[in-house]
Write a protein that binds this ligand. Structure first.
Ligand code: G6P
Length: 607
């Protein structure tokens, strides 16, 4: 949550800061602000609105050193006075992503020292603290000293009015990257903000502090020792974060799914057999030892884990449980060192998922696997084994392509474990590989249903509630469909396993309650059909996403969207697509801010 950008160059860096913030808005969009150092002064511009407003307000601002921020409010309402950067006595300015847990006591101490607070944020204490330690222009030392007093998580950028070519940045618990240019340097919360200026990037590590100058930079670790960190060349290009022909990032990302799946499956589909090594060298020794699987994740990523549970138990015959990361981390559980702990995360930075992983390790779990879309993210670095989904940058707050690529990755895990456990013969392996190779084409076919789904969406525009039904491994898909709808259209949507309908939710069904059902042609189809009759008999309006070979027909109050023929175990991936499109088009009908739904943020780096 919150995005930060900083730059030191021999040119006006305001457009770089603003463009960087536009890329980072997915991390929070409650307010935005920047500060530049110019003529020995701090020149600050803030806006209680979006970055676009900041862009207009800062059109005439000039500076060659500066820091900027887009906020997801934690302490203090979204307002201009709470927008970052925060300043101390017009000398020090700070941007911050994270939460300072001991800010109240620091605030009391600093107030006693005569510092005046002008915001309700936790961040402002950092500015005054750095100021209190700032002596003889040594901004690095002042920041390092201040950081020692902070408890909590942070990525920060700091500048001083009398230090025109230097920026100090630091990270602990929140991501931060250093962009290396020619005679200019940058910092940002993620790569997408830097692509406009450089592809050369240093991933700062936990506790690192970096002194960023025009010509060079120096990195210090948590103990204050100077350290070298490798410079990576990012594989992303600027086009991958452009909107292109699409109206919204969510729509673009829905349509990128065939390519994202092809990329994620590339190495596997090009080979003739599945090997544990795709999860890392240690997989060869770890996988044969595991007795069960524990999946930890939040939000959409948790739904992918729930689908995987069906696959892992049925195909690989391995017991699997799935937990909400924020619950697991605080409960007393019974660790089994032979458990494979799988964390799933698009960003690799979700605070609860990361904390759950660290908690699992602390309770004696050594076998850890991270499935993640961001290389070098905290979750990847904390995991012994890894598989990167290659969905590319996902910018829309509602996750789409990350989800389907996670499913593809989890299916690979299932197959590799099934093979190791003697539950997959050579012919079955080839058949699954064949189906995986065909997956991008199959998804493309479902995407062609877009106009029909757009027409269906009109019905939902004036509804306040919706029920989503599914059974078996499609129940988590129904849950994902409901989540998508509520996230971006603000319609209250709940998912139920269809068999549970009669145990309560049926009481809600009337003509104003659309019921969406995922209807694959699987062994539960006939049971599902009975459940749908129960809805119809109560006057409910049904929207059924049915495989073509179910031969379900439209009738009064029953709208059928015909999917391709049943895709076996991979069916959940195909059935996800129309639900994403439905949510998208309902949001369009309602005129909500599709890519930046109210109150949410994409990368939830606070508890
Ligand atoms: C937020 C996002 C969701 C995402 C969840 C987990 O709530 O809005 O789209 O599923 O975080 O994020 P992760 O990056 O760990 O997958």
């Amino acid at each position: 949550m919150c995005g930060i950008v900083g730059a030191v160059a021999k040119r006006n860096i305001v457009p770089i800061l603003v463009n960087g913030l536009l890329r980072l808005e997915y991390r929070g969009y409650d307010s935005a602000g920047l500060v530049v150092v110019h003529d020995g002064k701090l020149d600050r511009v803030r806006s209680a609105g979006r970055v676009a407003e900041l862009k207009d307000k800062s059109a005439h601002t000039y500076g060659e050193l500066g820091i900027a921020h887009t906020r997801w409010a934690t302490h203090g309402v979204p307002s201009e006075r709470n927008a970052h950067p925060h300043m101390s006595r017009n000398l020090i300015a700070v941007v911050h992503n994270g939460i300072i847990e001991n800010y109240e006591e620091l605030r009391t101490e600093l107030t006693a020292q005569g510092y005046e607070f002008t915001s309700d944020t936790d961040t402002e204490v950092i500015a005054h603290l750095v100021h209190s330690h700032y002596k003889q222009g040594n901004l690095l030392l002042a920041t390092q000293t201040a950081l020692k007093e902070l408890v909590g998580a942070y990525a920060i950028g700091v500048v001083a009015a009398d230090n025109p070519h230097q920026l100090i940045a630091a990270r602990k618990g929140s991501p931060l990257l250093l962009g290396v240019g020619k005679g200019e340097h940058f910092v940002a919360s993620d790569m997408s903000a830097l692509l406009q200026v450089t592809k050369n990037v240093v991933y700062l590590e936990e506790g690192d502090v970096v002194e960023v100058n025009l010509a060079d930079y120096r990195i210090f670790d948590q103990q204050g020792n100077a350290v070298q960190r490798p410079v990576h060349v990012s594989e992303l290009d600027n086009d991958s974060v452009e909107l292109g022909e699409y109206q919204h990032y969510m729509q673009k990302e829905i349509h990128e799914q065939p390519q994202a799946l092809a990329n994620t499956l590339e190495s596997v589909c090009n080979s003739q057999s599945l090997v544990p090594g795709i999860f890392g060298a240690d997989a060869n020794t770890i996988f044969p030892q595991i007795e069960n699987i524990l999946i930890l994740a939040c939000g959409t990523s948790n739904h992918s884990g729930q689908v995987a549970r069906y696959w892992l138990e049925e195909i690989a015959g391995i017991p699997c449980s799935v937990e909400i990361a924020s619950e697991y981390r605080y409960r007393v559980s019974v660790p089994n060192p032979k458990t494979l702990v799988v964390t799933i995360s698009q960003s690799g930075e979700t605070a609860d998922t990361l904390a759950a992983l660290i908690h699992a390790k602390a309770t004696g779990h050594n076998f850890t696997l991270g499935i993640c879309n961001v290389p070098e993210s905290a979750i990847i670095r904390q995991s012994k084994l890894r598989l990167l989904t290659r969905a590319g940058p996902e910018i829309g707050v509602a996750s789409t392509k990350a989800f389907t690529t996670q499913l593809a990755a989890l299916f690979l895990l299932t197959l590799v474990l099934a093979k190791l456990r003697g539950r997959l013969d050579a012919a079955q392996e080839q058949q699954f590989l064949h189906e995986l190779r065909h997956l991008p084409t199959a998804v493309q076919k479902v995407l062609a249903l877009e106009p029909k789904i757009a027409a269906m969406a009109k019905y939902f525009a004036n509804k306040h509630h919706a029920l989503f039904l599914g059974r078996g491994m499609h129940f988590p898909i129904a849950a994902e469909g409901a989540l998508k709808l509520k996230e971006i259209s603000y319609i209250h949507a709940e998912a139920y396993p269809a068999g549970e309908l009669k145990h309560g939710p049926l009481a809600l069904v009337d003509a104003d309650m659309p019921v969406v059902s995922v209807a694959p042609n699987d062994t539960l189809l006939e049971k599902l059909k009975s459940n749908l009759q129960e809805v119809k008999a109560r006057g409910g309006e049904l929207f059924v996403f049915a495989d073509a070979d179910t031969h379900m027909k439209e009738s009064d109050g029953v709208h059928i969207l015909q999917m391709p023929e049943h895709a076996g175990f991979l069916s959940p991936i195909l059935h996800t697509i129309p639900l994403q499109l439905l949510a998208y088009y309902v949001a369009l009908e309602k005129g909500t801010d599709v890519d930046k739904p109210r109150n949410l943020a994409k990368s939830v780096t606070v508890e």
